[in-house]
Design a protein around this ligand. Sequence first.
Ligand SMILES: *[C@@H]1O[C@H](CO)[C@@H](O)[C@H](O)[C@H]1NC(C)=O
Length: 294
Amino acid sequence: MASHQAWIVVVGLLLMVSVTLATAPRKPVDVPFSRNYVPTWAFDHIKYINGGSQIQLVLDKYTGTGFQSKGSYLFGHFSMQMKLVPGDSAGTVTAFYLSSQNAEHDEIDFEFLGNRTGQPYIVQTNVFTGGKGDREQRIFLWFDPTTAYHSYSVLWNMYQIVFFVDDVPIRVFKNCKEMGVRFPFNQPMKIYSSLWNADDWATRGGLEKTDWSKAPFIASYKSFHIDGCEASVEAKFCATQGKRWWDQKEFQDLDSYQYRRLSWVRSRFTIYNYCTDRSRYPTVPPECKKDRDV
Ligand SMILES: *[C@@H]1O[C@H](CO)[C@@H](O)[C@H](O)[C@H]1NC(C)=O
């Protein structure tokens, strides 16, 4: 083989390697709870383990509890390792979400709906932009989320919002402003998590009630990674916009491998997708095409 041909092969291989490796978000760094978070309510229902490198949220018949990030952020990568309420968790909801503080609020939601012992959890996701939500998707997971820690994360930049479960993209919401769909870009968000009783709707649409004889219900957390552009709550833009790793080309869209995994999740585990709910949306919501939900 002539040497220039060998070079072409080498360069080609390097390109393939960089294209396939470059698109997973940076590996989260485990930090203690108190580095990034503070309790929001019912402080005595949060238990600190190993000096706060792990925590537990406790729900009993008196109260649930929750925590929030100290800072607010405009874009970045936010992840958490969670082990959901084991055993009979019917009626409980554990949530991990980003939310802006203003009236026309933006929100990026993960909600974990508990179930009776041995019955599967549901993961519900939603995206609110400018106060408008109604974009629910629901899936089952491909593992039992109560027996071990798994990571749940959000990548948010000017181009897309990606929901990941253990590095598998389970949902993408692309910036479709050219189609008149609002995209969160000018309001910083804080990260929140909570555990509460929602037995009026959570499990089989509210049919299964929380069994308080099984209380306390406990969700465990660790890792607490935040890598975002920190900005004051009133900020309209991120000072380092365009310069951070999540702004770069390889994070502006999913690569083909990630799209394959996303379609695997969608085809195997979908329970509900607003994009395909023709009785609710006789015309397909505009973002659904670009998100490849339809
Ligand atoms: C709970 O289990 C039932 C029966 O398997 C299932 O229909 C339901 O979707 C599961 N999850 C929730 C949150 O209701």
